[in-house]
Write a protein of this length. Structure first.
Length: 245
């Protein structure tokens, strides 16, 4: 079996995660920003849009197994797997290549989505709504409740991927897409279901640095929740994924 180089892993994850976030941030922007054709489309449009974004991202990042999510990488690291994907052994270097590619891809995908909706983001009527297109936030509830929601949602995602496919590409793009839609429909209401630390952190950084008119703050006080919650869920999923229950 040929070994996949670390630059190839990095580039594959940048591309896959970038496509995921471009389409995911794009669908929320289409629904939330004023004067778009999709304005007011609602939650069902959002969750199906994110599902199709995952579908595209898994194809785009196939070379690296399309983790496109640090939670998937962590789940494999904790499980008894020997490789992250065919030809990619689990090492410190490969782990960092996955994490770096996912964060860079998430940031770049959000930036491209911003330029695709440039006029809408900078419309005075959009002031105060822009952050919700980039990053997640709580609908209500305590921090403990929101962390728990992210733990549960990410556990379901990572456990199913590891239990039945080992990587998203091996489970299949359509299966992963429908899984994400299902999690969004069932568990997405309290937090907007990040279930992916890079999905939230990369776009939140983009929101912070982009010159968006009237954007307000980036809510860094909440930003740790969609990082810590998914990582806890991933560790639990990885630990249980190969246990015969």
């Amino acid at each position: 079996m040929d070994t996949v180089g670390l630059w190839t892993v990095f580039g594959s994850e940048v591309l896959g995660t970038g496509i995921l976030i471009l389409l995911g941030v794009g669908v929320v922007a289409n629904v939330a920003l004023p004067k778009t054709f999709g304005n007011g489309g609602g939650w069902i449009v959002v969750i199906f849009g994110w599902g199709l974004a995952v579908f595209a991202g898994v194809f785009a990042g196939a070379t690296s197994g399309a983790h496109i999510n640090p939670a998937v990488t962590v789940g494999l690291l904790v499980s008894d797997a020997d490789t992250y994907a065919p030809g990619i052994p689990i090492t410190v270097g490969s782990t960092l290549a996955y994490f770096a590619g996912q964060l860079v891809g998430a940031f770049l995908g959000a930036v491209v989505a911003y330029f695709a909706y440039y006029g809408h983001y900078n419309d005075p009527e959009a002031a105060g709504t822009q952050l919700g297109t980039f990053a997640t936030g709580p609908a209500t509830g305590t921090v403990k409740d929101n962390v728990l929601t992210e733990v549960v949602g990410t556990f379901v995602l990572v456990y199913i991927i590891l239990r039945f496919g080992d990587t998203p590409t091996e489970l299949g793009p359509l299966a992963v897409a429908l899984l994400v839609v299902g999690i969004g429909a069932s568990l997405g209401g309290p937090t907007g279901y990040a279930i992916n630390p890079a999905r939230d952190l990369g776009p939140r950084i983009a929101h912070a640095v982009l010159p968006i008119r009237g954007k307000g703050g980036s809510n860094w006080g909440y930003a740790w929740v969609p990082i810590v919650g998914p990582l806890i869920g991933a560790v639990l999923a990885g630990a249980l994924s190969h246990v015969n229950l």
